[in-house]
Ligand binder design. Sequence first.
Ligand SMILES: [Zn+2]
Length: 138
Amino acid sequence: MIARGWSGLDLENAADTVGVQLYNVRTKGKGVAFVLRPLDGSEQWRRRSNTGRRIWAVCWHGHRAFMRVLFALNGEGVIISTHARYDGRRDFEQSHSWTGDKNIGSHFNPMSFRDACDCHAELYFDSRLGSRAHDGQR
Ligand SMILES: [Zn+2]
């Protein structure tokens, strides 16, 4: 994804807060481009493929938690992901939910982005982020 409006330190701190790592960080225009990856040896926020295989990628919930922390730091920042573009915190909160319904599987073996993990999201939100990231949704 590309984040505009946060320093490299902001991004590192947000990743630490959520429990993910930044990967392949580089400057891109006025922003910073990077990929979120699970922490080494951690099962938290780990995505699965549509065949159920564990993969080295962060799930929908992990991305959501990370973006929430960023927008709490700067509500006017811009995030451009593979799936969407968010112009500030309000836009993110109003529009991000549909990305969870995106099919990341195939036509014959569909898998929604939201379901491609083993998250018990509420548990993580309660223990790591408190009520800030908890919206009662899966
Ligand atoms: Zn998840």
